[in-house]
Write a new protein. Structure first.
Length: 137
């Protein structure tokens, strides 16, 4: 199924239209329909995924799993705490020889959380089915 068809189905199941979605996300009129011919930017795709509470891989048809499991979310949260603790260690975090502001650190952590989530979803594709846990534990 194409990206646009997936979004259409999500809109239908949420009793909304593509036009209403575009307006709510501050996209131009007809933006989503153009994605049949050209892929959207990562940030726009993420906005749509966040709106429907699904993964970008689900939108792109790479997986049938709409959400990360509760265990996945806990694993990601634990990993992000480890990363945050490491970044905010005694030495502080530097970028180009200058200390990073708190806002820059938060931005970096947000980007890293996205990466950790995407990695988790991608890795699930390569786990043999007999080892996959299909329930939401």
């Amino acid at each position: 199924m194409s990206l646009v068809n997936t979004i259409k189905n999500l809109c239908k199941s949420n009793d909304t239209s593509i036009a209403a979605l575009e307006k709510e996300l501050d996209f131009g009129n007809g933006t989503i329909r153009k994605w049949d011919k050209a892929y959207p930017s990562a940030d726009r795709l993420q906005k749509v995924a966040d709106h429907f509470n699904v993964t970008t891989d689900f939108l792109l048809g790479r997986t049938n799993q709409m959400h990360l499991t509760t265990k996945d979310e806990k694993d990601i949260e634990k990993r992000m705490e480890e990363i945050k603790r490491d970044l905010q260690g005694e030495d502080g975090l530097m970028f180009s020889g200058e200390p990073m502001s708190e806002e820059a650190v938060e931005s970096l952590l947000d980007a890293m959380e996205y990466i950790v989530k995407q990695t988790k979803v991608i890795n699930k594709k390569y786990v043999p089915k007999k080892y996959r846990n299909t329930d939401d534990n």
